[in-house]
Ligand binder design. Structure first.
Ligand code: NAD
Length: 504
């Protein structure tokens, strides 16, 4: 057991700050070396990761590889491949007032970053932001969730074997350790977890006005209408619900549809689930368990037999809860008062899309919204009249894998976003730098700003500063002028030649 006393934590953070101050993480070669070592860590320890995920969540090999190990390898390789491009200073265009100057956006690391992970995808949610923070040139304190014990221990053991020991350090502990850690000053905090703890983290960050990304949760609704193929839609909703035992932040939380569709969904569930998991789901190697007793007990209190249309059975000794469908659920039922985060799907009957939209808008903004329809008007009705972190039409969860789109919440489901280049930008301070011309012409152009002020100076300045929409980028104007002068000189030469010959 490592020492995470208050004194030890102080040293850990100070060591990371000292390491950052040496400037070594700013070197792109150093960053790439660390990212390559991280890729090696993933490859050389794939089996150990699968085993840890199986201990923590009874995660299957397929889910472990697809949603954790392979996802992380893909991500780190993308970071390595794009690092030079993303880290390069940008040269934005400038207006007339700065025609003699240079504008440049430098990509600075923030400094010492705290990454706090959640237990449901314990490796990915901790190491994806860590990799991006490394790529952006930061030092990182990595705090895995203590609830996924085996995965947390694995990270604590492996990270020091592969990464620079001062720049990147793991702190493994529960609420007490995290509370102590949060007393320190960080330059960025990246938190994944519940909205309740997100508020605690945000309050701690506020002490130093530390910029923060909060990847939180909430209830992600689904709407299904009669234009969608019910069997396919049910498969996709069930897959999102059963993946990781429903313990996915963007899992479809509840379904809204008409009573007729509700009956068809229940029939489809009866057809699909035995095909996926066999007659005894508990025996299936592909079905996860609830992470701990506390969550098991919480989930069991969310439903009673009367509304169960499918499933409902559970085993506390194994933390097993069957995929469970509840029908005719009312907004006042217990299951609708909190994020479910388990394999229970309540169906709330609604008359139409507008009723579903009104319901969504009467609650906190969801992390994700799912709509199954082939009717474009209905699709647009949801897109234009609701706000959520992300939307996926005709599927669930799949938007998470498209890393050219930012992933994050809005309102109580979170702030900030990451994935792909958005991850690199999240951990990067974009430092705007204007390099002014100090010559006589530059000073003449600038001098109208000095007192004594006058109307003429004001007119000159407002003209210089005015934003102009130009179809030709400003930097090409000198070439156009030279080209124009060239063409004019040809015409003038021709004119002189003609007039001389006609005078003869
Ligand atoms: P959690 O909020 O309980 O824990 C997250 C982290 O906070 C852990 O590292 C934990 O040690 C720490 N923590 C817990 N209590 C604390 C306290 N009082 N003070 C300081 N730190 C504390 O979340 P969880 O149970 O690990 O994860 C479940 C939640 O996370 C769900 O709401 C889910 O939707 C959300 N989630 C969101 C995303 C996302 O990407 N948006 C991903 C996964 C999970």
């Amino acid at each position: 057991m490592k020492d995470y006393s208050a004194e030890a934590l102080k040293n850990i953070v100070q060591n990371a700050r000292n390491a950052f101050n040496t400037g070594r993480t700013k070197d792109l070669k150093f960053r790439k070396k660390q990212l390559k070592a991280l890729a090696r860590l993933y490859r050389e320890n794939t089996n150990a990761m699968i085993e840890a995920l199986s201990i923590d969540l009874h995660k299957s090999k397929q889910e472990s590889i697809l949603t954790e190990v392979f996802f992380m390898i893909n991500d780190v390789e993308d970071l390595i491949a794009n690092l030079d491009k993303w880290a390069k200073p940008e040269k934005p265009p400038t207006g007339l007032a700065n025609m003699l100057d240079k504008a440049c956006i430098y990509k600075d690391p923030y400094g010492v970053v705290l990454v706090m992970g959640a237990w449901n995808y314990p490796l990915q949610l901790t190491l994806l932001p860590t990799a991006a923070a490394i790529a952006a040139g930061n030092c990182v304190i990595i705090k895995p969730s203590e609830i996924s014990t085996a995965s947390a221990k694995l990270m604590e053991d492996l990270i020091p074997k592969y990464l620079d020991n001062e720049c990147y350090q793991v702190v493994n502990g529960g609420v007490e350790v995290t509370t102590e850690l949060l007393k320190h000053q960080f330059d960025y905090i990246f938190f994944t977890g519940s909205t309740t703890v997100g508020k605690i983290v945000h309050a701690a960050a506020n002490k130093y006005l530390t910029p923060t990304t909060l990847e939180l949760g909430g209830k992600s609704p689904v709407y299904l209408d009669e234009t969608a193929d019910i069997l396919t839609a049910t498969k996709r909703i069930l897959w999102g619900k059963c993946l990781n035992g429903g313990q996915t932040c963007i899992a479809p939380d509840y379904l809204m549809c008409t009573k007729e569709i509700q009956s068809k969904v229940v029939e489809a569930v009866k057809e699909i689930l035995p095909k996926w998991y066999g007659d005894n789901i508990k025996e299936s190697p592909d079905y996860c368990r609830i992470v701990n007793d506390r969550n098991f007990q919480r989930l069991r209190k969310l439903y009673d037999a009367e509304k169960v249309a499918y499933g409902g059975d559970s085993d506390p000794s194994d933390k097993y809860i069957a995929p469970t469908i509840l029908t005719n659920v009312s907004p006042n039922d217990a299951v609708m008062q909190e994020e479910i985060f388990g394999p229970i799907l309540p169906i709330i009957p609604v008359q139409n899309a507008q009723e579903a939209i009104d319901f969504i808008n009467s609650r906190p903004k969801p992390l994700s919204l799912y709509v199954f329809t082939t009717n474009n008007k209905i699709k647009n009705l949801f897109l234009e009249n609701t706000s959520s972190g992300s939307v996926c039409i005709n599927d669930t969860v799949m938007q998470f894998g498209v890393d050219t789109m930012p992933f994050g919440g809005v309102g109580l489901s979170g702030m900030g976003a990451y994935h792909g280049k958005y991850s690199f930008d999240t951990f990067t301070h974009h430092k705007s730098t204007l390099i002014k011309n100090l010559g006589a012409l530059g000073e003449t152009l600038s001098s109208a700003r000095y007192p004594p002020y006058s109307d003429n100076k004001l007119l000159f300045l407002t003209n210089m500063l005015k934003k102009r929409r130009s179809f030709i980028p400003f930097k090409y104007i000198p070439y156009l002028v030279v080209f124009g002068l060239g063409v004019a000189s040809v015409f003038i030469g021709q004119y002189i030649k003609n007039s001389t010959s006609s005078n003869k």
